[in-house]
Design a protein around this ligand. Structure first.
Ligand code: FAD
Length: 388
């Protein structure tokens, strides 16, 4: 058995990549283990919205604002690598009730530090000329950004590797090594590795990794579909979404929920979402979900009615019952750390998570208090659903 690294990171998605990069940069030796390929999990089955606009005041917003500062601060020099765009978000409301909700949310968000401008109905076309007429109001969020998630993951891991980290794909963690209570490494299908700290960045599968240590972390799958159009001339200029989207992110309903989120990509395609369902890891393509997503998008962008959809894809958001991620040391299994459960915001929150966890792993007080994300906050409460 060999001592592999100060830190072993399980999972090469956006979150594991960010942990690896920031921990390596903090001077720790890091080994990333991934059972499949780089970004082979949810980080290649999502969109790249880096949003502050869809969050109410609270710990998730604090993490989003912190992550925004990391994206636009110390990672700014790499922005071109991952198609980072400060394109801003435009949230729209179709009815006067929806407009009131939008305004009220903006007031609360301003108080929490988000930049937001109320956009009256007759100014919406200045932002998005192809949006349908007759919308009641909109709100513009200049801090909303976009990145290409697979490029984020691949480049952060490449940068970590060039700074000395190891990245092993095709390596499944099958157990955790213990010295008494303490987690001191991992067992894999390719041998054992010891480590000072083991980070569970296994995304939607983090509950299974936690179970290897005998601890319960209730991360569950929340399925979502995305439609990809043929490449088009510029049509959608911001992250555009319907006000109802905020409520759907916070809902825990099992049944199908859809709300429109639209953005263009650097390649000219338009990504059209979003859906949410709790159906376990069912990969069956749901025509009702795809139809509903498309129909709702057309109510916002009628000019897309003759546009071809090239393909669709699906992914499983890593979802915790309180909609907050699990970040930090697990006192129930000393030596085990978690960075998982970011639900529909794991790309945006990855870099803040990585930086904060690297600080904690280095024994430095994290810039943000991690208590709201504590792994043991769910206690021994018995879940009604299983993580697999
Ligand atoms: C349809 C959809 C749209 C989304 N849109 C957005 C968006 O616009 N913006 C945003 O910020 N987020 C979005 N998300 C959420 C985002 O994709 C996730 O929160 C994020 O990808 C999670 O990253 P991760 O690194 O935690 O997990 P993953 O990318 O899933 O990585 C975890 C990795 O762990 C590996 N693993 C698991 N178990 C083991 C093991 N035992 N041994 C070794 N390796 C293991 C897996 O193979 C996987 O590669 C969306 C998600 C979906 C489904």
């Amino acid at each position: 058995m060999r001592r592999s690294a100060d830190v072993v990171v399980i999972g090469a998605g956006a979150v594991g990549a960010a942990v690896a990069w920031f921990a390596t940069r903090a001077g720790l030796t890091v080994q990333v283990l991934e059972r499949g390929q780089i970004a082979g999990g949810t980080s290649s089955a999502c969109e790249g919205n880096l949003l502050v606009s869809d969050k109410e005041a609270g710990p998730e917003l604090d993490l989003a604002l912190y992550s925004h500062d990391v994206w636009t601060g110390e990672l700014d020099e790499y922005a071109g690598l991952w198609e980072f765009e400060r394109k801003g978000g435009l949230v729209v409301a179709a009815s006067s009730t929806g407009a009131e909700g939008l305004r009220a949310l903006a007031v609360r968000q301003r108080a929490a530090g988000i930049e937001v401008t109320d956009v009256p109905a007759d100014r919406i076309a200045d932002y998005e000329p192809y949006l349908t007429d007759g919308l009641a109001a909109a709100a513009h969020y200049p801090q909303d950004c976009q990145a290409q998630p697979m490029l984020v993951t691949a480049h952060l891991l490449r940068m970590a590797r060039e700074a000395g980290a190891g990245v092993s794909t095709g390596t499944t963690v099958t157990g955790l090594l213990r010295d008494g209570d303490r987690v001191v490494g991992v067992r894999t299908d390719r041998g054992d590795l010891t480590a000072g700290a083991v980070v569970n960045a296994a995304g939607t599968w983090a509950g299974e990794v936690a179970a290897l240590a005998g601890v319960r972390v209730p991360v569950m799958p929340r399925r979502g579909f995305v439609l990809v159009t043929e490449p088009l001339p510029p049509t959608v200029f911001h992250k555009v979404y319907a006000g109802e989207y905020v409520a759907s992110t916070q809902s825990s309903e099992e049944g199908l929920q859809t709300s429109t989120v639209i953005e263009s990509t650097a390649a000219g395609t338009i990504l059209v979402g979003s859906s949410r369902e709790r159906v376990g890891f069912d990969r069956t393509v749901s025509l009702p979900a795809l139809r509903e997503i498309a129909a709702k998008a057309l109510t916002l962008y009628p000019s897309l009615k003759d546009t071809s959809v090239m393909r669709s894809y699906l992914g499983f958001r890593p979802y915790c019952p309180d909609h907050l991620p699990v970040i930090g040391h697990d006192p129930r299994a000393p030596g085990l750390w978690h960075a998982a459960g970011h639900e529909g915001a794991g790309i945006g929150l990855s870099v803040g998570t990585g930086k904060l966890l690297a600080q904690a792993l280095s024994g430095v007080a994290p810039d943000l208090e991690l208590t709201p994300f504590a792994p043991e906050r769910f206690g021994d409460q018995v879940l009604r659903e299983t993580p697999a």
